[in-house]
Design a protein around this ligand. Sequence first.
Ligand SMILES: Cc1ncc(COP(=O)(O)O)c(C=O)c1O
Length: 357
Amino acid sequence: MRSGQVSGDGPMTARCRGILEAEFGCAGALLTPSCTHALEMAALLLDLGPGDEAIVPSFTFVSTANAFLQAGAKPVFADGDPLTLNLSPESVAGRITPRTRCVVPVHYAGVGCDMDGLREVAGARGIPLVEDNAHGALGRYRGRPLGSLGDLAALSFHETKNLSCGEGGALLVNRPDLLRRAEILREKGTDRAAFHRGEVDRYTWVDRGSSWLLSDILAAVLLAQLRARERIQAARRALWHRYRGALSPWAAREGVALPFVPPDREPSWHMFHLLFPTGEGRDRALAALRARGVGAVFHYLPLHLSPVGRRLGGRPGDCPVAESAAARILRLPFFTDMTAAEQEEVIAAVLELRGGG
Ligand SMILES: Cc1ncc(COP(=O)(O)O)c(C=O)c1O
């Protein structure tokens, strides 16, 4: 703050950008005020508009779809894989039309999607992939970082994420041919970034765009988080494994599924959830945990059944995996600074639950 350089793209942003570009191997990492903004930038960068379709999972946060609706395109909801709950290539294949302009995989809970399968169905038709990597930063798919696998990827640094600066995000531009325009869209439609590099002698209005920069004050907070990333990830990894170790026999006995991680994937250790055999079982478990002061929660209401989703034509039965998961899922408290005693308390409460409630 003393330096006086607190607007966007200052020295703190440059350092964050350096770390992110090295970590993800992308052509450019552009900090944004949120993951939602990064997704909105992606929609504009891919020129989505009226008449275009973006295939998104139904089981996700609203921004995955809203960013494309905002651009005038139609979100088309696809279903998930029953084990990972991630966008299923088969479901995507069935939703592709001549109007499909992008596919948006979400690495749910930080476990990578079947990116090769998605690349096969979308890439074969030249349809770009935009990873909504709000959950998956620092996770891996077949040895490669989540966020480095699509044409574009969006990160979130919201308070609820592994790495946080309160509110924040980034657009990872993996295709070098898109970088220059991405910089322009983010700088209010001007070539100011090129001007700052000395590539043009003045900057001017050259395209559409908005102000999608993150203040350097928040970038300073983010820089500290990025520097602590190994400690943060190690703590979360230990919490995740402690839950799994302690709950596995109970889960097997009660017919409850713990998070499924395919062997070729390394999660980002973003969250830990339980999938109960029935919706009634989940609801009773949720009430029992809350009665003991355990802050268990559930999400997401399938987007195709939300009021907007229904206006877009969504009907019950369109995405059976998403509908079933939404009714049966329960997320356990999971945060970087959780103490062993806090986790023991949650585990003790879960061990008293019955799968059927
Ligand atoms: C899958 C997913 N996408 C996008 C977002 C939006 O992130 P932000 O709050 O940084 O805009 C979230 C936030 O929780 C999310 O879970």
